[in-house]
Design a protein around this ligand. Structure first.
Ligand SMILES: *Cc1c(COP(=O)(O)O)cnc(C)c1O
Length: 414
């Protein structure tokens, strides 16, 4: 057995499909968000980041920075253990209260990432429920799919945001069977929003539990940043609300919130929670500061929405293929992995604009795209620069414009 050859062949397959991933070597600059230094071929260049999930710039907010350095100075760097063995720390306990309050729930539980929170919680909840049937939206994130697989429970996939299909599956399963509906509020690659109210009503009608991933909404939607469920006044009708601390809260970690008993069960049974070290106090403390700030400040949310609208408007009017979306996520349709990668490279090298190409398996083949995120710091000058750069790249690489682009359904254009 030539072991190396197996791995080389695996990597070659990715190269052949133009989906071998290359990471940009970046250094973000506090005080100059969204600028970053990019190291490449022995040179350092300043670039504008247009694909960050630090959606509100909270990772550079002075209160958040101060909370992190204060806690690190007073309490040290690592947590020093798992939650069970010496790693539990006061900022983390506070953080869980803050999160429970954010979603109007009895309890919260923090994990080392959003991925881990979905994997550990979905698998544990579905394992504990006898003969559980999981009903999963077809576009759910990889971390939710991992949780579903690890549960070993039966699963059925409903067509994306299709409540009629969901109802058929619920009806067929019957009222008595344990059922867990697993879905997201904002789908991060298309930027569309789930019909939360209809799903909640179906769950109540057929006596199913609901598990909602609000990763791309927390901090940004709802009067206090509680996500789409807060905006729609539905938080109290959803059993488990999950989120990340690493996107609009600007730090690292993930969480669930829900009733005391469900959260306690996950805390007590999930290996992904039990057998891993706790989040460090500095990260927890910084996150508390970010959440508290966003509970009372609309400034970041308002500026973000303003800049998002300006970006969409300018790019659309320039004829660029902006995919229809109601949220802060602005996907630009390319539809070809080679072109998508080339466009991204050219934006970076010629224009100093960083937008990572989104290729299979993150999105279906033939729907490759550039995913643009405007934050409160992406003002008019940066938006005009982006529009001009994109037009140059579209022209040079001969990428299709929006003229024949209808938004839905996506079609292969190259
Ligand atoms: C990013 C993401 C996660 C994972 O969160 P991390 O904190 O980055 O691990 C979970 N769900 C969705 C929908 C995501 O986009």
């Amino acid at each position: 057995m030539d072991y190396s050859r197996v791995f080389e062949a695996a990597i070659d397959r990715l190269h052949n499909e133009n989906r071998y991933r290359v990471f940009a070597d970046l250094e973000r600059i506090v005080g100059r968000f969204p600028q970053a230094l990019w190291r490449h071929n022995g040179q350092t260049k300043e670039v504008t980041v247009w694909c960050s999930n630090d959606y509100l710039g909270m990772g550079h907010h002075p209160d958040v920075l101060k909370a992190m350095t204060d806690a690190a100075t007073r309490q040290g760097t690592g947590a020093g253990g798992t939650r069970n063995i010496s790693g539990n720390n006061h900022p983390l306990v506070e953080l869980e209260h803050e999160l429970a309050d954010l979603h109007g729930k009895e309890a919260g539980l923090v994990f080392t990432s959003g991925f881990v929170s979905n994997d550990a919680s979905i698998s544990t909840i579905a394992k504990l429920l006898p003969d559980c049937l999981i009903l999963s939206d077809e576009l759910n994130h990889a971390s939710m799919i991992a949780g579903i697989r690890h549960s070993g429970a039966d699963k059925q996939i409903f067509r994306h945001n299709d409540v009629r299909h969901l109802e058929e599956l619920l009806k067929a399963a019957g009222k008595d069977r344990a059922k867990l509906i697993v879905f997201e509020s904002i789908y991060s690659m298309d930027g569309d929003v789930a019909p939360l109210k209809e799903i909640v009503e179906l769950a109540e009608k057929y006596n199913a539990m609901t598990y909602l991933d609000e990763v791309h909404a927390v901090g940004m939607y709802g009067a206090r940043g509680g996500g789409i469920s807060e905006r729609e006044g539905l938080s109290h009708r959803i059993d488990i609300i999950e989120g990340t601390l690493a996107k609009s809260f600007g730090t690292l970690g993930g969480y669930i919130t829900g009733s005391k008993v469900v959260v306690d069960a996950v805390r007590s049974y999930a290996p992904g929670f039990i057998f891993t070290s706790a989040l460090p106090p500095a990260i927890a403390n910084a996150t508390v500061a970010a959440i508290r700030h966003l509970k009372s400040s609309d400034l970041e949310r308002d500026l973000q929405q303003k800049n998002v609208h300006m970006t969409k408007d300018l790019l659309k009017r320039a004829g660029l293929p902006v995919m229809a979306t109601e949220t802060h996520i602005i996907p630009l349709f390319v539809g070809n992995s080679d072109l998508c990668k080339k466009a991204s490279d050219r934006l970076m090298e010629v224009h100093g604009i960083y937008i990572q190409p989104i290729n299979f398996p993150t999105v279906p083949r033939g729907t490759e795209r550039l995913r643009v995120t405007a934050t409160p710091a992406h003002g008019e000058d940066l938006i005009i620069h982006l529009k001009d750069a994109l037009l140059e790249v579209w022209q040079t690489l001969d990428i299709p414009y929006a003229t024949d682009f209808t938004g839905q359904p996506l079609k292969q254009t190259a």
